[in-house]
Design a protein around this ligand. Structure first.
Ligand code: CTP
Length: 415
């Protein structure tokens, strides 16, 4: 389907590659508006963009006599920025509007895809890392640069990916966006369109002292798969992540960091009133040290004695949410259980009754099962602990099956 695509061009040597991007998009039938930064015109001139896109090209906000950025932003269905220089990333992160491109991004409500390209040292600089992380947290898709020869003669990470890659990234991001597009049967293609899903993922770390913590082996991969599938189905997803590798977090998902049980409790409860579906996939610590030493705990050289940690229970975030005045329409819990299949199911049943969630996804862990990147089995139980369905496969398959159960519950409610 033809879309209105805005291609923003930054002032980097790789700007010439974007000519092919514009060409491919136009050939595929899309209506492309190119918005170069003033600096980028030193690399590729306006005449090239006008010829390729068949539209006038401006770089300043009021150049055409009106509020161009607002108009361009209103029509845009996706914005692709390439090459995004370190300077442009910084300006986007700060929300600056000092040229037509940054002003358009600020005014746009459509998905934005940014493809950085720069020297490896600039890409790896903490300032750039920080800018990229912030942009991702805001739901902007940042395409990682490729590795190879750089214009400086060095070699490393920082190359602009191939034009096909950029076109695909822009169109996939557009396809995954929950906003309705003309003529689409949103209900069929995006059964979770507009549904606000709050997902927790990863494993909390409970501080002992400034360098030590009590943690667990949850990778956050199941939560990330749930976020990805939920996004694909049109949901508005917020991921409350406890120590999850940011590279696992899918595009278009709002990321909230919550490293400890205390952080997670605060971040989840603050959002309950604005949530339709809560899925607690995080492995939240059940116990934490009562006292957190503000100094590193030292060995006593005179004895062989080790300190004893006094632990306290953490609040049960899931059980609390099910009793909250702002209880989301659907609440889903996870249970990681050890033992034989029968023991796992029985423990799951007891837990379902205790937690009060609408669904409890029980998975068997231990001895290489359940954690990391392996296939596993999920028994989905209802509020009374009765089995609803058993799902087997990759974390993505499990996410699909579980979200289908959530959809079924939402469907029952709306009837
Ligand atoms: N959970 C939570 N808050 C906690 C502990 C767990 O919200 N403090 C949530 C998890 O995110 C998960 C579910 O509760 O969705 C099950 O967690 P689990 O640790 O397996 O169960 P517990 O109720 O803690 O029971 P036990 O450890 O005794 O098996």
């Amino acid at each position: 389907m033809a879309a209105n695509v805005v291609v923003g061009v930054g002032g980097g040597i790789a700007a010439y590659k974007v000519a092919q991007v514009v060409r491919d998009l136009v050939r595929a039938g899309h209506d492309v508006t190119v918005v170069p930064t003033p600096a980028s015109l030193a690399f590729v001139g306006a005449a090239t963009w006008e010829a390729l896109s068949a539209h006038r090209v401006h770089t300043g906000v009021f150049e055409a006599g009106g509020a161009d950025h607002v108009e361009i932003a209103r029509r845009a269905e996706v914005v692709l920025i390439a090459p995004a220089t370190a300077d442009l990333l910084a300006r986007l992160r700060l929300g600056m509007a000092d040229d037509l491109l940054t002003a358009t991004v600020l005014a746009a409500s459509c998905p934005v895809v940014v493809a950085p390209a720069m020297h490896t040292a600039m890409w790896e600089n903490p300032a750039t890392r920080d800018n990229v992380l912030t942009l991702r947290q805001r739901g902007i898709t940042v395409v990682d640069p490729a590795e190879g020869a750089l214009s400086s003669g060095d070699s490393g990470v920082g190359r602009l990916p191939d034009p096909e890659h950029l076109v695909r990234a822009a169109l996939e991001t557009l396809a995954a966006h929950p906003l309705a597009r003309d003529g689409q049967d949103i209900q069929a293609q995006r059964p979770l369109a507009g549904v606000r899903i709050l997902l927790s993922a990863g494993g909390t770390r409970e501080p002992i002292d400034p360098v030590r913590y009590l943690g667990n082996r949850s990778s956050g991969r199941q939560g990330a798969a749930l976020a990805r599938v939920a996004r694909r189905r049109g949901a508005l997803v917020t991921l409350v992540a406890a120590n999850v590798d940011p590279a696992l977090v899918p595009a278009g998902v709002e990321l909230v960091q919550a490293p400890s049980a205390r952080d997670m409790e605060r971040e989840v409860s603050a959002r309950l009133a604005d949530t339709d579906v809560l899925v607690m996939a995080a492995a939240v610590a059940d116990f934490r040290p009562v006292h957190v030493s503000d100094q590193k705990i030292k060995k006593d050289p005179t004895t062989r004695q080790a300190p004893t940690l006094e632990l306290e229970r953490t609040p049960d975030i899931l059980a609390t949410a099910t009793r909250d005045a702002h209880r989301p329409h659907v609440v889903v819990g996870f249970a990681a259980e050890t033992g034989t299949e029968e023991e796992v199911l029985e423990r799951g049943r007891q837990k379902a009754l205790r937690k009060g969630a609408d669904l409890l996804a029980v998975n068997a862990v231990g001895e290489g099962r359940g954690f990391g990147d392996v296939e596993n089995t999920l028994h989905v139980l209802d509020r009374q602990g009765h089995p609803v369905v058993t799902l087997t496969g990759s974390k993505e398959t499990l996410a699909e099956g579980l979200l289908s159960q959530v959809q079924a519950l939402l469907g029952t409610m709306s009837r």
